[in-house]
Design a protein around this ligand. Sequence first.
Ligand SMILES: [Zn+2]
Length: 420
Amino acid sequence: MTTTLITGIGELVTNDPAVGDGSRLGLLTDAALVIDGDAIAWVGSAVRAPTADARIHLGGRALVPGFVDSHTHLVFAGDRAGEFAARMAGSRYDGGGIAATVAATRAATDDHLRALLAARVAELRAQGTTTVEIKTGYGLTVTEELRALRLAGEVTAETTFLGAHVMPTAGSTGGERVDRQERTAGAAGSTGGPRVDAGTDRDGYLRLVTGEMLAVCAPHARWIDVFCEPASPHAFDADEARTVLEAGRAAGLGLRVHGNQLATGPGVRLAVELGAASVDHCTHLAGPDVDALAGSATVATLLPGVEFSTRSPYPDARRLLDAGVTVALATDCNPGTCYSSSMPLVIALAVREMGMTPAEALWAATAGGARALRRDDIGVLAPGRRADITVLDAPSHLHIAYRPGVPIARALEIEPGRET
Ligand SMILES: [Zn+2]
């Protein structure tokens, strides 16, 4: 295995409080780092650096742990630019636009989806993201959800089955909704459109998601997720979400929840009760939600790109941090509510709009994301951890939020001579 010594690091953020300045970021100046294959072999002061087979000199640039984007929906075709324009003109988001992406994704070939996914992963790396979680949820049939998971699995180990994204509509392009009111009234929601496995009623779709679809998808997924949002007629209420999560857990999957995005509701407390790794959005929280998170191992993952893109109020990150909750930041990159794969933008929004310090935001986008994925091999730059590193064309991590919109971050390519 070739070892590579990296020198000329103006500032090294390790996220290891045992080294450097003693802060949570574990900041080192005049640092060096040795990489052995895919792993970090040594971290310390440049004057004490060991020799290595090859050498990279960074000319005073800062290094930070690679960004961990623990929440994306990257397997999709088409876009919803028109919906974005309508929202900017004043219409409200209620989760219903997902059906348009479902139709476009089902119509795409494997090769087309694969090419779109590869381009998006390249886009992530070009902005400093080295780990990405990818959810399904634009298929909503057994075959389409399986296809999305297989494609996601070609680019990441962090694959999430999200058959319970929304209730499918009667046909691929819209038609009648299978909504809660219809179920309550005891009426069948649709006559069943083409390529919809079980769109006749909410209970029928839930049986499919927790039955055949789960059985087929579970071997290809690490996680299961559900859009628990009673405020949306397209999403799932507390009982439905519990059914989905318990079935996923029984199938061996870890749990994640979309919750409390559009209104206060049961998502956060359900996630904590069931021991989910993360509950994501957390935009509208009641006091008991914060208390529940504070006493738990469930990470609150904030997705401020969504509030930015939907012109909505931001989550109260300060309240969560002050209560001792572990906070992560992620993009939620998706074609409807946040078509941005930029973790630097998310960090800038968290600092500028959500009251986080630059240090808190960077930690949340790296070590916080690793916690949200229950990973201890990433998010920290220390011996034995993965050599997932992001380089900044700047002397310190402060520049990520200080220079919003400027492409200063990228994943470090560990090829000797590349960065000299
Ligand atoms: Zn999402």
